[in-house]
Design a protein around this ligand. Sequence first.
Ligand SMILES: Cc1cc2nc3c(=O)[nH]c(=O)nc-3n(C[C@H](O)[C@H](O)[C@H](O)COP(=O)(O)OP(=O)(O)OC[C@H]3O[C@@H](n4cnc5c(N)ncnc54)[C@H](O)[C@@H]3O)c2cc1C
Length: 833
Amino acid sequence: MKTHVRALVVGGGAVGCSIAYHLARAGWDTMLLERDELTSGSTWHAAGLLPLFNMSYATTHIHKYSVDFYKTLEAETGLNPGFAVVGNLRMAQTQERMDEYMLYSSVAETAGVHHEFLTPKEIRERWPLVRTDDLKGALFHPQDGYINPADVTQAMAKGARQHGCAIERKWQVDSYEWTGSEWRVTARKMVEKGGNLVPGDEKVVITAEHVVTATGNHAQRTARLLGIRIPAIPVEHQYIVTEPDPALVEWRKAGNPEHPVLRDADARWYVREERGGWILGPYERGAPARFLYDVPESFRADLFPLDLERIEEEYMSMIHRIPSSENVGLKDDFNGPICYTPDGNPLVGPAPGLRNMWLAEGFSFGITAAGGTGYYLAQMMTEGEAEIDMASLDPKRYGSWMTTEYAARKNEECYAHVFILHHPDEEREACRPLRTAPNYDRQKALGAQFGQVNGWERPNYYGPKDAPEDYDHHARSFRRAKWWPFAVEEARAIRETAGLIDATAFTKHVVRGPGATAFLDRFTCNALPRVGRINLTYALTEAGTTRTEYTIVRWGENDYYLVSAGAWTAYDADYLRKRAEDFMAGGGDYVEIHDVTTQYGVFAIAGPNSRAILGEIVKDADPATVLSNKRFPWLTARRIELGMCPVNAIRVAYTGELGWELHHPIEMSRYLWDLLLPAGERHGMKLVGARAQNWLRQEKSYRAFGTELGRDATPLEAGLDRFVDLRKDFIGKQAMLDTGIRAKCVTVLIDGPDDADPWGKEAILHDGEMVGRLTSGGWSVAFGKQIGMGYVRPDLAEVGQKLKVRMLRQEWDAEVVEDSPYDPKNERIRADG
Ligand SMILES: Cc1cc2nc3c(=O)[nH]c(=O)nc-3n(C[C@H](O)[C@H](O)[C@H](O)COP(=O)(O)OP(=O)(O)OC[C@H]3O[C@@H](n4cnc5c(N)ncnc54)[C@H](O)[C@@H]3O)c2cc1C
């Protein structure tokens, strides 16, 4: 056995084999270790469906790659992976479900996934065994279907071997040690003992420059060995196989093709043909999480007992949809562990806090995702970045606040939500409230409807004060939802009077020490602010794309306060710390980094009356001038006192109005709230949530992290040239310049439909051809039109360019407008008083 490799992959399921294949194909010396047999984890009992349907841009790319890749495997390896390209019919019982498919259609179009819409009549004509009288229609993917999970895994393993990868079975990795330059991985030979598979005495130590873990249901053990948290915990998933259905047998005997995989999303199941019978896979409520701490040694390629009662409702609805299945008996059943994560996305990317350690854990659609995961993860490892932004899958999207109990309960919810309506304004209920800012109860009493960001409760909008608990649940829509008029009023208040936003969830870091200035100067692409001033700046990846957006406040020569997006605390902390370590290892002076996110509460006050409101409560020798342009100009920071609360005030407003961010000791948050509200009331101030804020920032063309800003575009492509100082050297500079402009970020105003706004998933067209996509969307109160931001072909990014945006499967006129179409000269933000 090899004892030194460039990359060691741990786990021989579909995911591990795909990663090994793609790393080996990229020319890396790779080895894969599997504790048992290949496919002996969840892979062996998967139903093998390859659904392309997904609302996420990144995941859609991953799934699409898999489906295309699996079709090439036989030619390359000689092994037939058993891909039955029967298509996939996703039925809709309601108009809302059809709306969901129309939104999905946008995602699919931007990712190049072919799909069709079928009417009930068309379904009935093609598949008469399916009952259609209560359907509104269906979405049809003719190019997907199902595959044999074991065969596709073996084919990828063979392909990996052909590219030089070594695959060793019956070796379990038992420890990982980072030497400072490589991993020392100890593996034990597994032996049979009393029917169990247990570690024997034989041991091997392998050194590897990089390690990837793809350990499926064993993720908790992997987490323990690595000393990190991995919120991948399996949930039970069952499917049943029926005896042959005589009507189906006859239909096929007549020479008809196999049915596509059928999905009755409103009834929460999939069904496909299996030897003349049917496989029914329900995503029922109440499926329990399993193996919260570990997989017992006695559990090998085992299954849990069938719980038929739990899936009775779905079973009955299959009979409703396929009436001929009523009298066929059950032949077989499977109830196996299927790994989940709290948001349903797998965890793919660098492990938190560790070097050269990559995770590929928590796959619930692992057969579908394996191919694409291998491809994009190998790109990240061998080339530095993947061609798509993988941030939504990054393992560091959960911080140290995440616990086993949280992961287990959220994963159960995620499983039960597989077939819910995937509203873009959805907020899931489990494990809430958990992380609450001090004014949570006060805000709730005032009608706040909360969303969860990185575990924090953050008001999305303020609805009726006496709203029932489930108000928001019923307020969602693919079109304009019930919350829309509240957000309009909130946006209007910021433009006309004033609004108060609780922005406590912001990520905040203190960076200081003798090396702080030199470090940050290289870490970020904009010139550092002078003492007392602030700057907007970006940390880039080595590939020159945007890793993080920061507002940097410089309090002293070597004393900085960095504010970044609330959803990404651990993700930002990890990069900051690792780059600071590199800086010091390279001879740089000492730099201290502190995550102070939970030490400071933040209120953002904005609007023409915001100065007057603060003026009522500010304490200063000369309160009349303390907030004036002379003493407190735009883009500066000052320590002020509001009543008895010391506040680090920053004169910026993400909404583009005169305003301040008030960073204050979190324990004084309630005091400050109680001070601000009565003062605000006298000046028409409204409480404002994240939805209105998201619209307003688009009127100012303020890019947001995770939408316009990500690891697939450089700041120059994002149109942020004025925040890039080319006179200095910074991480990713040359790569950014070498990349050129592949697409350009623009703001568009859209003459859209009367009852819907874009969500930031829609295709942008020109002369009937797709030329870009929206990354954000909403309603502009200032312009009385739909607004969006997105990326288009550079030659179509000029102001005044006429384009179309496809929403609800229709094309709507759109026009590229100047950056910051609302108050382009920033006169309102700079207003004096
Ligand atoms: C009933 C059921 C039906 C499903 N149907 C579908 C479907 O239709 N479509 C779909 O896409 N997905 C489906 N899934 C999900 C799918 O099975 C999984 O997402 C997928 O198999 C995950 O693959 P993996 O490689 O991540 O994990 P696994 O297949 O579990 O592989 C992990 C491997 O790592 C090994 N390992 C763990 N720890 C170590 C160690 N320390 N050292 C060495 N080796 C180690 C294990 O032995 C195991 O072989 C289904 C799941 C279930 C339960």
